[in-house]
Design a protein around this ligand. Structure first.
Ligand code: CA
Length: 195
């Protein structure tokens, strides 16, 4: 399989304040300039998107992008940097974050985690096998009742997301198939010997 270029548009969020290529949902109303920010960032990251919905507990703030040009059956790796931006007081200790294929509520969960350490960028990866040539990636914060802490865990936590990339990864499928074939041949030989 030939190498494919990064399929994400504006993965470094340096096209601001509109966040070209990205769609925000449940973000703090009227605070677009606040969501596309470089506050507390560093030279390696600069501008990024901040997932925050100002304390609403009934939904998740998301940044999503629909990518096309995927090869069905191929494995892709999403790589991104993330930092914990803020834990508002009075909202418990949940820090749920997730990456989903599709929508955050109904899509395939690729990764759910928590971060600690304010303003410290960390790199994450998650992978999936494409089931369509076009797929939606959704980064979601404040997963609230659905993950990690369980029902009732209301959070008001901001995450910064930056340097998102999506690339094919070499799938060792041919090697795995060869190994399976070798084992199968060995078993067949053993069976033949017994009979
Ligand atoms: Ca950036």
């Amino acid at each position: 399989m030939s190498a494919q270029a990064d399929l994400i548009t504006n993965g470094n969020f340096n096209v601001t304040p509109t966040g070209s290529g990205w769609v925000l949902s449940n973000a703090c109303a009227g605070l677009d300039g606040y969501m596309w920010t470089s506050a507390h960032s560093d030279a390696a990251h600069g501008a990024y998107v901040r997932l925050n919905e100002c304390g609403n507990s009934g939904s998740d703030p998301t940044a999503s992008q629909t990518v096309s040009g995927l090869t069905v059956g191929a494995r892709y790796e999403v790589k991104w940097d993330m930092m914990l931006y803020e834990i508002a007081s009075g909202f418990g200790t949940g820090k749920s974050f997730g990456l989903f294929l599709g929508n955050d509520a109904t899509g395939q969960q690729l990764l759910v985690t928590e971060l600690s350490g304010l303003y410290a960028w960390q790199t994450f990866t998650a992978s999936f096998i494409a089931t369509s040539t076009t797929q939606k990636l959704t980064f979601a914060g404040e997963l609230d009742a659905r993950t990690l802490g369980g029902p009732g865990r209301t959070t008001d936590v901001s995450y910064g997301i930056d340097n998102v990339s999506l690339n094919t990864v070499p799938e060792p499928a041919s090697l795995a198939l060869a190994a399976v074939a070798a084992v199968g041949a060995g078993l067949a030989r053993r069976r033949n010997r017994k009979s």
